[in-house]
Design a protein around this ligand. Structure first.
Ligand SMILES: [Zn+2]
Ligand SMILES: [Zn+2]
Length: 391
């Protein structure tokens, strides 16, 4: 049975909420008006809200009225609420009113779907157990989930498992992807400084040229994944920023390189870092320069609890059929801060197809927009998950 149907009153409300959020996008930890709006919607639905988690985060709790309360479990459902520093290029009625800020990752849709599920479950609370609805700030790069966990999210709201969902353009609307374990990669950043000895470009023999060393280092770094990581493991090393020199007739003193590395297994990440450090140190030394390497730790890998991923898949299958729930898609080398919640609790994170959308563009594109047609399906997934687990 479908709980929330297409074109229902609740669907129209979710569209209304989504469009308001889309018009008022806010960056990480600054989602003040979005947070007010979400709290107002929840209060209008008769929820009490806990505010101020990680600055702008909100938690609303619903206790079921079923008769088996003694066997009851508690689960948490999470949506992210922040936007990105992108100038929206869509010409749509609900286009961003905040120039240079845009809901280009669909967190407006994630929030609307979770509000829709909360609205429905408030009216259909004959389940056993407790649901915490988590509206989390700062997913984009700032780790709002980490802050909430550090603030004691799961101490204050203990739960058996936590669940997340992200829309995925390119996967048809009406389909899901559920990974058994790895969903998204861990991401760390590296910063390398090569200190040489500058001088006249016409007298290179009197210098230690950091540009020549940097060029060799970039190539050498590509040998890490190719030659130090097993072919059946996954890792990425990408140099993305290079800075050196100001004048064509001057060999600079210094060159800096930065980039990103991705992996699923921490042992693989450690191996990449150790090899990177060794290459920097030894290549610089062999060329009479010195090298400095600094790592900035990013999000950990997002890894599902396999048996809970199976539960999520069966819920999705009950909504769209077995053929429309993909179980063998490769994970993404992108990253997601829901990983901090999955490091602190059991749980699972799934992808819901957003369809082709405007021009088929991917997340973080200035032409992206969340697909309003999938709001009922996403909300129904949350409802059915609650009804399946909290029996
Ligand atoms: Zn994003
Ligand atoms: Zn996102």
């Amino acid at each position: 049975m479908t709980q929330i149907s297409i074109n229902s009153e609740l669907h129209k409300k979710m569209i209304h909420w989504r469009h308001w959020l889309h018009q008022h996008p806010e960056l990480a930890f600054k989602e003040f008006s979005s947070s007010d709006y979400i709290a107002e919607v929840l209060e209008s639905l008769d929820f009490e809200v806990q505010r101020g988690w990680a600055t702008t985060g909100i938690i609303a709790t619903l206790k079921g009225t079923g008769k088996n309360a003694d066997k009851a479990k508690t689960i948490a459902l999470r949506a992210d609420i922040d936007a990105l520093p992108i100038l929206e290029k869509n010409q749509i009625p609900h286009k961003s009113l905040h120039e240079g800020v845009m809901h280009a990752c669909g967190h407006d849709g994630h929030t609307a779907m979770l509000l829709g599920a909360a609205a429905y479950l408030k009216q259909h609370d004959d389940f056993n157990g407790i649901v915490h609805f988590i509206f989390q700030p700062a997913e984009e790069g700032e780790g709002g989930a980490r802050v909430m966990v550090e603030e004691g999210l799961f101490d204050r709201f203990p739960c058996d498992a936590v669940y997340g969902m992200h829309n995925w353009p390119g996967i048809p609307a009406g389909e899901f992807v559920v990974h058994d374990q790895e969903v998204m990669a861990a991401t760390d950043t590296f910063h390398i400084t090569i200190n040489g000895k500058g001088g006249h470009a016409a007298m290179p023999n009197q210098t230690v040229d950091p540009v020549i060393i940097g060029a060799q280092l970039i190539t050498a770094l590509q040998s890490i994944v190719a030659r130090n990581i097993s072919p059946v493991e996954s890792a990425v090393v990408s140099v993305t920023v290079i800075n050196a020199g100001d004048a064509t007739n001057v060999i600079p003193d210094q060159l800096t390189l930065s980039g990103t590395m991705r992996y699923f297994d921490n042992a693989v990440g450690d191996r990449v870092k150790q090899r990177l450090q060794t290459l920097v140190d030894n290549l610089c030394k062999s060329m009479n320069a010195t090298g400095e390497t600094r790592f900035e730790l990013g999000y950990p890998a997002t890894i599902n609890t396999p048996e809970l991923a199976k539960v999520c898949a069966s819920v999705a299958q009950s909504l769209v059929g077995e053929a429309s729930v993909h179980r063998n898609n490769p994970p993404s080398m992108g990253a997601e801060d829901f990983s901090y919640m999955l490091n602190a609790s059991q749980g699972a994170y799934i992808w819901i197809g957003n369809g082709e959308g405007h021009g088929g563009c991917m997340l973080h594109n200035s032409h992206y927009d969340f697909n309003d047609d999938i709001l009922p399906l996403g909300a129904n997934y949350w409802v059915k998950l609650v009804q399946k687990i909290l029996i």
